[in-house]
Write a protein that binds this ligand. Structure first.
Ligand code: F6R
Length: 357
C-alpha cells in the first residue's frame, strides 16, 4: 500500500491534491452547483447556532469552519474541545445544531458529547472520513470527507478534507439563506488544489527550512493572526507529535503578554502571513521576536511576500489559505521528525483513534 513512499505520512501529504479533486467532484451536481443532502440543508437552515465539537487536529479544522459559517452564512458558530464540553457546557441557544468533526468517527470524547446532547433531544451532524463509524451511526446525519484511509497517526489529508467540506457546507448554508456571494467556491478550491501541488513539489526547499531552523531546536513557536493563528496551532501540534520538539501556537498579538519571555538566541519562530489585513501586524510581531534573538521563519502568501521570507505560498482566496499553508507545516514536521530518526508514522505514546475518554 505504501508503494514508493517511505512513510504513510508523506504518502498522505502527497495525496492531498487528489483528495481535493475527489471532494470537488463528490460535492457538485451535474450543473456544477454545490450539492449536499437536503436533510442536512434543512438541519442547517433550522439552526440558530452551530456547536462544533472535536478534538486535536479536527478541533483546529473546526476553528476554520467557524469563520466560514459566520462570515459567509452569518450563522453564529462556537467551536469546543470535546473533552471539555461535558464539564464546561456553554449556555445553549434555542435551536442548536451540533456538528461533530472526526476523522476516525471513533473519538470517545466526542462520542460522550453526542450521547449527552441526543438525550437532550438536540440535532446532530457528523463530518467524518469513515462511513459507518460510531459517530456517523449515532448522529442524525453524516457528511463524508472522501480523504481515503489515513494510516499515519499524524493527521494531514483529513484536516485539509475537513476544511474543504466545512467550506462547502457553509457555502451551501449561505446560498440557502440567500446570502449573496461573489465567490465561485468550486473554482477557488480548484486553484487551491494547484497551489497544494506546487507546495508538495517544493518538498526539498521545505526540507532545507528544517535544516536552517529546527535541526538542533528544543522548542519552537508558531505565530499568526486571524486564520493564520489557527493554522499555527495545527503546525505546532503536528511538530510536537512527531518530532517531539516542544512547540506552541500563539496569536501574534499575545506574544507580548507573556510568551515573549521564552524567546532566546536562536529560538525558531514560524510566522505565517496570508491575510492582508493583518500582514503589517504579524510582521511587526515577527520583528519583536527577531530583535530578541529569535530565528524567524516567515511563510507568506504571494502578494504579501517580502525579501528574506523563507517560503512563499501561491496566491489563493484569502479565506482558503489554511488549505495551502498547512501543507508547508506538515512537510516541516515530517522532515523534522525524519531528521531526528523518529518513527514518523507511529509516534510514541499516541494512538490513531482515541477510544477512551
Ligand atoms: C493529530 C491527530 C489527533 C486527532 C484527534 C481527533 O495529528 O491525529 O489530534 O486529530 O485525536 O481524532 P478524530 O479526528 O479521529 O476524532
Amino acid at each position: 500500500e505504501l508503494g514508493t513512499h517511505p512513510h504513510y505520512m508523506i504518502k498522505e501529504i502527497n495525496e492531498q491534491p487528489q483528495v481535493m479533486r475527489k471532494i470537488i467532484k463528490e460535492y457538485q451536481d451535474d450543473y456544477g452547483e454545490l450539492k449536499i443532502d437536503k436533510n442536512i440543508i434543512s438541519q442547517l437552515n433550522d439552526a440558530d447556532r452551530l456547536y462544533i465539537i472535536a478534538a486535536g487536529t479536527s478541533y483546529h479544522a473546526g476553528l476554520i469552519g467557524k469563520e466560514y459559517f459566520e462570515k459567509w452564512a452569518g450563522v453564529p458558530t462556537e467551536v469546543h474541545v470535546a473533552s471539555e464540553f461535558v464539564y464546561n457546557t456553554p449556555l445553549l441557544s434555542k435551536k442548536p445544531l451540533f456538528i461533530f468533526i472526526s476523522q476516525s468517527g471513533e473519538t470517545a470524547d466526542s462520542r460522550a458529547v453526542l450521547v449527552d446532547i441526543k438525550k437532550k433531544g438536540y440535532k446532530s451532524l457528523t463530518i467524518t472520513n469513515v462511513p459507518g463509524s460510531t459517530l456517523s451511526r449515532e448522529a442524525d446525519e453524516t457528511l463524508i470527507l472522501h480523504a481515503g484511509p489515513e494510516i499515519a497517526v499524524a493527521s494531514t489529508k483529513a484536516y485539509v478534507a475537513q476544511i474543504a467540506v466545512l467550506a462547502i457546507t457553509a457555502a451551501v448554508t449561505a446560498r440557502e439563506l440567500n446570502k449573496v456571494s461573489d465567490m465561485d467556491l468550486m473554482s477557488e478550491l480548484a486553484k487551491v488544489t494547484t497551489a497544494i501541488t506546487a507546495v508538495i513539489e517544493d518538498a526539498d526547499k521545505i526540507e532545507n527550512i528544517v535544516k536552517n531552523y529546527l535541526e538542533t531546536a528544543r522548542n519552537a513557536f508558531f505565530i499568526g493572526r486571524a486564520m493564520d493563528y489557527y493554522v499555527g496551532l495545527e503546525g505546532a501540534l503536528k511538530l510536537k507529535e512527531i518530532s517531539y520538539i516542544q512547540a506552541e501556537g500563539f496569536a501574534g498579538g499575545e506574544l507580548k503578554h507573556g510568551t515573549i519571555a521564552l524567546i532566546e538566541d536562536g529560538t525558531p519562530v514560524f510566522a505565517l502571513s496570508t491575510q492582508a489585513k493583518v500582514d503589517l501586524n504579524i510582521r511587526s510581531n515577527a520583528q519583536e521576536v527577531q530583535a530578541r534573538g529569535a530565528n524567524v521563519c516567515v511563510v507568506a502568501m504571494e502578494g504579501l511576500e517580502q525579501e528574506g521570507d523563507a517560503y512563499v505560498i501561491p496566491k489563493v482566496d484569502e479565506m482558503l489559505t489554511p488549505l495551502v499553508s498547512v501543507v508547508v507545516y506538515q512537510l516541516i514536521s515530517y522532515y523534522a521528525a525524519l531528521h531526528r530518526g523518529n518513527d514518523v508514522d507511529k509516534p510514541r505514546n499516541l494512538a490513531k483513534s482515541v477510544t477512551v475518554e
